[in-house]
Design a protein around this ligand. Structure first.
Ligand SMILES: Cc1ncc(COP(=O)(O)O)c(C=O)c1O
Length: 409
C-alpha cells in the first residue's frame, strides 16, 4: 500500500463513500477489506494483510472458520429469526452448552457486548433489590478506573475516557470508580447498598493491563464476604484469547457473573450473553428485559458450535503456546523502539517510544508492511491475531514491526 493507492482507485472510492455516508465515529486505517480467510485479510486491490487485531477478539477462531461457517449455512436454510415470542429448537441447546462451559445454571442471550454489560448491570440491580434487600433506587456498583465496557449512556457514565463522555451527559448515577488492580480500594468503596463489582480481568482497551496476581482472588474473597456480585467482563479477554477459556481462570477465580460477547458469535453474527446461577439470573421475569434478536436461532446455532470448539480446548492451548512465542519475540524489540510488552496468551500490548511517532502513525506504517494492528492510548500497539495464526506468521509480523521501528528511528 502506498499513499498513491489511498488517494486513487478502488480503495479511495470505498473510503470516499464511507466518509460521506457513514458516521465518523471511528478513525480506520486506509485498508478496505473484501475477503478474509484464517488470519489473513485481502483488500479491494488484492493486497493481503496479516490480521493482528481479529476484530477486537471477535474473530478468535479465524476468518471463515469452516466449522462455524458450515453451521451458519445450515441454519440459514432452516430458520434464522422467530424472536423470543416463540421458542426455537436452537436456544435451549445453546444456553445449556454455554452454561455448562461456564459452570453456571443459566444464560441470558443478547447481541452486542455493550448489551451484555447493560444487561448484567440490570440483573445486578434487580438482584440487589429482590435478594439482597437494597432499598429502591439506592444500589451502587463499583467499577475500575480506565475501564472499557462499551459505549451506551449508562456505560460511559462510569468511563474515565473524556472523549467517550464529552457531550453525552446527563449520566446514569450509581457507580463508583476505584483504581484497577487495587482490591483494597474496592473493599473500602463497598457499602451496604453495593450490589456488584464489575471488572475486566485484564483491561483491554486501556492497553492490555494485567493486574497483580492477588487482585482477582482478593476481589473474589471481598465480594463473597460482603454479599456483592463479582461480575467479570470477559467480552474481549474470554473464549481462549489469553490461553484459558476465561482470563479469570489464570487466577483460579470464578466470578458470580460472566459477561461474554465478541468471539461467542464466531466472527459471523453479534452474540453476547450474561451467564450466572439461577439465584441471580432467576430475578428476571417476563417483560423486565429483552431484545428482538437476542438468542435468535442463527446466533444460537453458531454459539453452540463455538462452545463445542471451546470444549475441545485446542484454541486455549494454541493461544497459551503461541502467546509465549509472541511475547518473547516482541520483548526482543525492547530497547529497539519498544519500551514495554504486556499481556497474556495471544494478546499483547507493546508500548512504543513516543519519539518514533504516534501509535496511529506506526499502525499505518505496519499496514504498509502487510500487518494490521490497532493503536490504543496514543503509543500502545495491540497485537491480538486470530488464534489460528502460526508461529512462522508471528515471526513474520514481528519482523515487519522491527523494520517499521527501524525506519521510524
Ligand atoms: C471488555 C469489553 N466489554 C464490552 C465491550 C463492548 O462490546 P461491543 O463493542 O460489542 O458493544 C468491549 C468492546 O471492545 C470490550 O472490550
Amino acid at each position: 500500500m502506498t499513499m498513491a493507492d489511498i488517494v486513487s482507485g478502488a480503495t479511495a472510492d470505498a473510503i470516499a463513500l464511507d466518509n460521506t455516508y457513514a458516521a465518523h465515529n471511528y478513525s480506520p486505517l486506509p485498508v478496505v477489506a473484501s475477503h478474509a480467510r484464517g488470519a489473513w485479510i485481502t483488500d479491494v486491490e488484492g493486497r493481503r494483510y496479516l490480521d493482528c487485531l481479529a476484530a477486537y477478539s471477535a474473530v478468535n477462531f479465524g476468518h471463515h472458520n469452516d466449522e462455524i461457517v458450515a453451521t451458519a449455512h445450515r441454519q440459514l436454510d432452516a430458520v434464522t429469526l422467530v424472536s423470543r415470542a416463540f421458542h426455537s429448537d436452537q436456544l435451549g441447546p445453546f444456553c445449556a452448552a454455554l452454561a455448562g462451559l461456564c459452570g453456571k445454571d443459566m444464560v441470558l442471550p443478547m447481541n452486542s457486548g455493550a448489551e451484555a454489560v447493560e444487561s448484567g448491570l440490570k440483573v445486578a440491580r434487580k438482584w440487589g433489590a429482590d435478594v439482597k434487600g437494597v432499598p429502591a433506587g439506592m444500589a451502587n456498583i463499583i467499577v475500575a478506573d480506565n475501564n472499557f465496557h462499551g459505549r451506551t449512556i449508562s456505560i460511559v457514565s462510569f468511563s474515565s475516557d473524556t472523549t467517550a463522555r464529552g457531550g453525552f451527559g446527563p449520566f446514569t448515577p450509581g457507580f463508583r470508580s476505584v483504581p484497577f488492580g487495587n482490591a483494597e480500594a474496592v473493599a473500602a468503596a463497598i457499602d451496604d447498598n453495593t450490589v456488584a463489582v464489575l471488572i475486566e480481568p485484564i483491561q483491554g482497551e486501556a492497553g492490555i493491563i494485567v493486574p497483580p496476581d492477588d487482585y482477582l482472588p482478593r476481589l473474589r474473597q471481598v465480594c463473597t464476604q460482603r454479599n456483592v456480585l463479582l461480575i467479570a467482563d470477559e467480552i474481549q479477554s474470554g473464549l481462549a484469547r489469553t490461553g484459558h477459556t476465561f482470563a479469570c481462570d489464570h487466577w483460579g477465580v470464578v466470578p458470580d457473573v460472566y459477561l461474554l460477547g465478541k468471539a461467542l458469535g464466531g466472527g459471523v453474527v453479534p452474540l453476547s450473553a450474561v451467564v450466572a446461577d439461577r439465584d441471580i439470573l432467576g430475578v428476571l421475569h417476563p417483560g423486565e428485559h429483552g431484545s428482538t434478536f437476542g438468542g435468535n436461532p442463527l446466533a444460537a446455532a453458531i454459539g453452540s458450535t463455538v462452545v463445542d470448539i471451546l470444549q475441545r480446548g485446542e484454541f486455549q492451548s494454541r493461544s497459551a503456546e503461541l502467546g509465549l512465542h509472541l511475547h518473547a519475540r516482541l520483548r526482543s524489540l525492547i530497547g529497539r523502539g519498544v519500551l514495554a510488552v504486556r499481556g497474556m496468551g495471544l494478546w499483547a500490548g507493546a508500548d512504543i517510544d513516543p519519539r518514533l511517532g504516534t501509535g496511529k502513525e506506526l499502525s499505518l506504517a505496519l499496514a504498509e508492511h502487510g500487518v494490521l494492528v490497532k493503536d490504543t492510548h496514543g503509543s500502545t500497539l495491540r497485537f491480538a491475531p486470530p488464534l489460528v495464526i502460526t508461529s512462522d506468521e508471528i515471526d513474520w509480523a514481528v519482523k515487519q514491526f522491527a523494520y517499521v521501528l527501524a525506519e521510524a528511528g
